[in-house]
Design a protein around this ligand. Structure first.
Ligand SMILES: Cc1cc2nc3c(=O)[nH]c(=O)nc-3n(C[C@H](O)[C@H](O)[C@H](O)COP(=O)(O)O)c2cc1C
Length: 339
């Protein structure tokens, strides 16, 4: 199959009400894998029983430079759990999510029978993407902000929506400062480069990672892409692009955890995922600009500027209306199953 055909086979609704029990579980897990993950590492594994599906961290897929405390890794598990929960409910199962902290921690989603409910958020799962394009600069309505606020709020996690230009410029200042430090860090550049899939062929072979075209770059053979990345991934060029993208956005969402632990990171992932699906349902795009929360030398000043006391800013996301970008891929369900 070529790239287009694989995208069509991944980003679609499926039949979770089939009588075949194993096919039903695999279908629920397929929905979970359509969630976002840092660098598209797909840092999850799934273990299914009759009562629940457990989502476990795949620590072989850590990104220790950009995510030294595995915060993004557990946020990604939360995103997958939210998709799984929405899909379970759509196919007549409870989908209640709990975090179990023992060992490396795992997330459970219950499968006890209930009335099926296909929510608008569930319907949006195959259409969602992290859209790294310029947006059209127009505001979103108060009603849309109200829906985004509700979707992105959770248990011990709040969302702050910034739509005034001075507040957006203030966040942009932190994004540029942190981005400059990341780009100056050789280990950061190397880790990022290792997760970029420069051409369609290598993207299809891996089924993971950051596809160049999804980030607005042309598809190239790996040798050429690497050369271009090393020449062009520079502070001046990158920061000009980020500034343009942020200024084209309608607003910025900041997700904040009350406590800085895995349970709250998973919850922040669930909140982000609902926010992203609600945005998709409204025709609103979003993309992460996480540099100020990733760069530990910038995060405290960023938190202080936003008036965050005692909590952790988890995620920074811009939103607005714009054109869709090429899709990212996923590995097949069989690759993430624990037998
Ligand atoms: C916790 C987390 C952190 C992320 N951080 C960034 C980021 O800082 N910048 C960015 O462009 N994308 C970021 N992403 C988006 C992923 O790269 C994206 O989800 C992945 O490439 C798959 O693309 P898709 O969500 O469009 O399918 C992040 C995703 C997650 C879940």
């Amino acid at each position: 199959m070529n790239y287009k055909q694989v995208v069509a086979s991944l980003w679609r609704h499926g039949n979770g009400q089939t009588a075949d029990h194993v096919a039903r579980l695999n279908e629920l897990i397929r929905y979970a894998t359509l969630a976002p993950s840092g660098h598209n590492t797909q840092c999850w594994r799934f273990r299914a029983t009759d009562e629940a599906i457990a989502i476990l961290p795949d620590l072989s897929r850590r990104t220790p430079v950009v995510d030294p405390d595995d915060h993004h890794l557990y946020v990604s598990l939360g995103c997958a759990a939210e998709n799984l929960s929405l899909a379970a409910r759509a196919f007549g199962m409870q989908g209640e999510v709990t975090f179990h902290a023992e060992g490396a921690g795992e997330v459970h989603v219950t499968l006890t029978p209930c009335q099926p409910e296909r929510s608008p958020l569930f319907e949006a799962i195959p259409a969602r993407q992290c859209t790294r394009s310029d947006y059209n600069g127009l505001p979103v309505t108060d009603q849309e902000l109200y829906l985004l606020q509700g979707a992105g709020t959770g248990n011990g996690v709040s969302i702050s929506l910034l739509t005034e230009r001075p507040a957006i410029e203030q966040v942009l200042g932190f994004v540029l400062q942190a981005s400059s430090r990341q780009i100056a860090n050789r280990a950061f550049r190397q880790e990022l480069e290792a997760w970029i899939r420069f051409g369609e062929h290598e993207a299809l072979e891996a089924g993971d990672g950051l596809f160049a075209r999804a980030m607005g770059s042309p598809a190239t053979p790996r040798w050429l892409g690497r050369w271009l990345f090393r020449v062009l991934f520079r502070q001046g060029i990158e920061n000009a692009k980020v500034a343009r993208q942020v200024r084209s956005s309608a607003g910025i969402a900041v997700f904040i955890s009350q406590a800085d632990d895995k349970a709250h990171w998973v919850e922040a992932g669930r909140c982000y995922q609902r926010f992203a699906l609600q945005a998709t349902a409204l025709g609103i795009c979003n993309a992460f600009i996480n540099q100020p929360v990733e760069e530990t030398s910038v995060r405290p000043a960023f938190a202080e500027a936003l008036g965050i006391v005692g909590g952790r800013p988890d995620l920074v996301v811009r939103f607005g209306r714009g054109k869709a970008m090429p899709r990212s891929l996923r590995r097949p369900v069989e690759a993430v199953l624990i037998p």
